[in-house]
Design a protein around this ligand. Structure first.
Ligand SMILES: Cc1ncc(COP(=O)(O)O)c(C=O)c1O
Length: 387
């Protein structure tokens, strides 16, 4: 556990603002069910399927549900047999299971920086040590492969990557994936790739790069993570998955170990597994609405930034977030507190995501467009009014 469980100063200031009844325009909203996305009213009716009345647990998940996930990978052009799919209650749980299966207490996993802040807690809760490797920005993001290799130690058990990454929005490119896979295969360690945002490219698909797909890896033991939380915007259903790639003997051994761990918890409910094939179909319009929302907000952000000469939107390939480089007048912390207390705008500072230097702000592209427009304009106006 972390020693200090008290809320950080931004959370504390937000609590005060809400208690005082002040209106807060939230540019950190990452919960799709609270972002004004239209959900069909009967979307969850497959959960009432009578087959959900029978409890006949399968540790790795019900066969039809695993096949539905395999079909969903096929939708994105990746072939994975259903036998290589494992169901979990969430991506967070998938990480926890993988840490148990791959690591002993005190072992290390490499994590990207900047990246998803929850890694710090997820690793710690499973007694695993997170060792960072850097992503570099030169107009686009790339992995510093030399730094990644240097970060490996005899205690490293896995390399974690997020593709597209939160919050940089960068995909793992085919060559990067191949290079990391070679490093992992040579050392007999695993590669874990979180692909929860893979369905949300922010451009029109004309980029000149090929995206690497972890589940298609053949050399190293590889785990691709996904789930309903992002794929169809339903985090409350608590269903995620792991797709395994790599040499058959390593995959078979990992499946045995995962089965043992999953069998101890049996955490995925039967009704959601029964409903899964239909939920993946019925959720497609929600995915479409979320996609449209993030693309619209991202375009608007770029247009507003072009008018605000002191701020620059970093190149973002995909996902639900965008990063804005802003001038440094004081610390990021003082800026976000000032934006909250003076203008009622809630935005995340780059340091929450471990950016190497200041000043960056991270905005959620899920934000309802009217709030997004007001919030971003206010931030840009605030910064351009600085002496
Ligand atoms: C990169 C990344 N992975 C996983 C998750 C969480 O997914 P789940 O709800 O399946 O645990 C998030 C949530 O924001 C995320 O940003």
């Amino acid at each position: 556990m972390p020693r200090d469980l008290s809320p950080n100063c931004l959370t504390a200031a937000l609590g005060r603002a809400r208690r005082d009844g002040r209106v807060v325009t939230d540019l950190t909203q990452s919960n799709p069910t609270r972002a004004g996305i239209p959900y069909p009213r009967d979307l969850l009716s497959p959960l009432a399927d009578a087959r959900g009345l029978q409890y006949a647990p399968q540790a790795l998940g019900l066969r039809d549900a695993r096949a539905a996930v395999a079909a969903d990978y096929e939708r994105r052009g990746v072939s994975v047999p259903a036998e290589r799919i494992v169901l979990t209650a969430s991506t967070s749980e998938a990480y926890s299971l993988l840490f148990k299966v791959l690591c002993a207490p005190g072992d290390e996993v490499l994590v990207p920086r900047p990246s998803y802040p929850l890694f710090e807690h997820l690793t710690r809760l499973d007694a695993v040590v997170a060792v960072p490797y850097d992503l570099e920005y030169h107009g686009t993001w790339s992995i510093d492969l030399a730094a990644l290799e240097q970060a490996l130690s005899p205690r490293t058990r896995a390399v974690l990557a997020v593709s597209p990454n939160n919050p940089t929005g960068s995909y793992l490119k085919t060559e990067e994936l191949a290079a990391i896979e070679r490093l992992c295969a040579a050392r007999g360690i695993a590669l874990v790739v979180d692909e929860v945002f893979a369905d949300y490219p922010l451009d029109d698909g004309h980029r000149a790069f090929a995206i690497g797909h972890a589940a298609a890896c053949r050399e190293a033991l590889t785990f691709s993570l996904g789930g309903l939380s992002k794929t169809v915007g339903l985090p409350q259903l608590k269903l995620g998955w792991i797709a395994l790639g790599g040499p058959p003997s390593l995959v078979a051994d990992a499946l045995d170990r995962l089965e043992f761990a999953c069998d101890a918890y049996l955490s995925v409910s039967t009704p959601v597994q029964v409903a899964l094939p239909e939920m993946l179909d019925r959720g497609a319009p929600v995915r479409g609405a979320i996609h449209q929302r993030v693309v619209t907000n991202f375009r608007r952000l770029n247009a507003l930034a072009r008018e605000a000469s002191s701020c620059r939107v970093l190149d973002t390939e995909a996902g639900w977030y965008a990063v804005v480089h802003v001038p440094t007048f004081g610390s990021e912390e003082s800026l976000v507190l000032e934006l909250l207390t003076t203008h009622g705008i809630l935005v995340h500072p780059g340091y929450f995501f471990d950016f190497a230097r200041e000043s960056y702000l991270v905005v959620s592209l899920l934000t309802p467009p009217a709030d997004f427009e007001t919030g971003v304009q206010t931030i840009f106006r605030h910064l351009s009014a600085r002496p």
